[in-house]
Design a protein around this ligand. Structure first.
Ligand SMILES: Nc1ncnc2c1ncn2[C@@H]1O[C@H](COP(=O)(O)OP(=O)(O)OP(=O)(O)O)[C@@H](O)[C@H]1O
Length: 345
């Protein structure tokens, strides 16, 4: 059983993702939104800058610095760097970190070792108390789904590295599933396609721009194209390439289908009475990948479930963590790990 400690400080809701970190402060809203990125000095192996500062420096002086993302697919890959980044963000978001209760979103189904690492990091970063909540539960709270009522609610959060799917009812989770597939997989497919079709190498920023400009989950109604520069694999010279929206749509099919299949398998495992509620009331789709053109409609058509995308899907989890702070007395069954400075529950 998870112990709920008493708290005096302000709540921080931290959505620390593979690509971005968002922090919600009780009473102030989402106060921080920065890339989950660290720039390290190649010679000294020291950390030079964190978050948005690191992104700026890496763009200006790419040869003198190394880029590090301390989380991959939502999981910690370098504890020391992750801790530095977390401490930096927490101190930026709050002037009294030592009095805060942190509620953090994590992918569904993380192991006990990963839970321990996350709660340890939060306390080491200076917080008074640490609590973990699975991302789709936070997303559902952020979108005001009736998760405490006797009906089924469903939320799907698609970020850069993971798709997290949750079914909730009566203040507890019924199913929580995480698949290591997300926005990054679309980028990978586009990158491979460009390499194989045009025999050029392109910058990751170019691939991201192609996805944001031309990416669509539905067959394009009208053709569009984008021109960009790539480096010819054969002779090393820069070459201008034109890619069409219909090509990008085709390239994205495999990842789209994998996401559909992951959600379908959760719907199939959902108890019939809750599945009926979800078919009627719909599910919510969050995470910044939810901004992709036509994704909500595509999922709705494939799953036969109404899909709603909130106005700012990338912030829904952070907002939900703030809501979890407000509803804290009712959160016991949702909280998957906790720790305070004296120890863990
Ligand atoms: N308009 C858009 N269309 C398609 N994809 C988008 C759009 N805007 C952002 N994305 C994608 O959203 C992803 C980042 O989403 P988000 O910030 O929710 O991820 P994260 O929380 O850091 O990752 P994770 O939850 O997997 O750890 C990136 O892959 C980005 O390319």
């Amino acid at each position: 059983m998870i112990r709920i400690f008493s708290s005096l400080g302000r709540d921080l809701g931290i959505d620390i993702g593979t690509v971005n970190t968002h922090i919600h402060v009780q009473g102030r809203g989402v106060v921080l939104s920065e890339p989950s990125l660290v720039a390290t000095d190649t010679k000294q192996e020291g950390i030079v800058a964190v978050g948005a500062d690191a992104e700026r420096l890496l763009l200006r002086t790419p040869d003198m610095l190394d880029e590090m993302r301390p989380l991959r697919d939502g999981f910690i890959v370098d504890y020391r760097v992750m801790l530095t980044m977390l401490r930096h963000f927490m101190n930026k978001a709050s002037r009294s970190v030592g009095r805060t209760r942190v509620i953090m979103a994590v992918p569904c189904g993380i192991t006990d070792v990963e839970k321990r690492a996350m709660t340890d990091a939060i306390i080491q970063a200076g917080a008074r108390e640490a609590y973990l909540l699975e991302a789709p539960i936070a997303a559902a709270l952020g979108c005001h789904l009736p998760v405490f009522e006797a009906c089924g609610s469903m939320a799907v959060d698609i970020g850069g590295g993971t798709t997290d799917i949750g079914v909730m009812s009566l203040g507890g989770k019924v199913i929580a599933h995480s698949a290591r597939i997300g926005g990054h997989d679309f980028n990978e497919s586009i990158l491979q396609y460009i390499k194989n079709t045009f025999s050029v190498m392109v910058a990751v920023e170019t691939v991201e721009a192609i996805k944001l400009e031309l990416g669509t989950a539905l067959p394009p109604q009208e053709e569009m194209e984008l021109s960009f520069l790539g480096r010819d694999i054969a002779n090393g010279l820069m070459k201008r390439i034109i890619i069409r929206k219909s090509e990008v749509y085709q390239v994205m099919q495999e990842t789209l289908q994998r996401i559909v299949d992951e959600i379908k398998s959760v719907v199939e495992q959902t108890p019939p009475e809750l599945a009926a509620d979800i078919m009627e009331r719909g599910m919510i789709l969050t995470g910044a990948t939810a901004l992709m053109e036509g994704l909500g409609q595509r999922l709705s058509e494939e799953l036969g479930i109404p899909v709603q995308v909130p106005p700012e899907p990338g912030f829904a989890v952070a907002v939900g963590l703030g809501q979890a702070g407000k509803e804290f007395a009712r959160m016991e069954r949702f909280i998957i790990a906790s720790k305070n400075r004296k120890g863990r529950a």
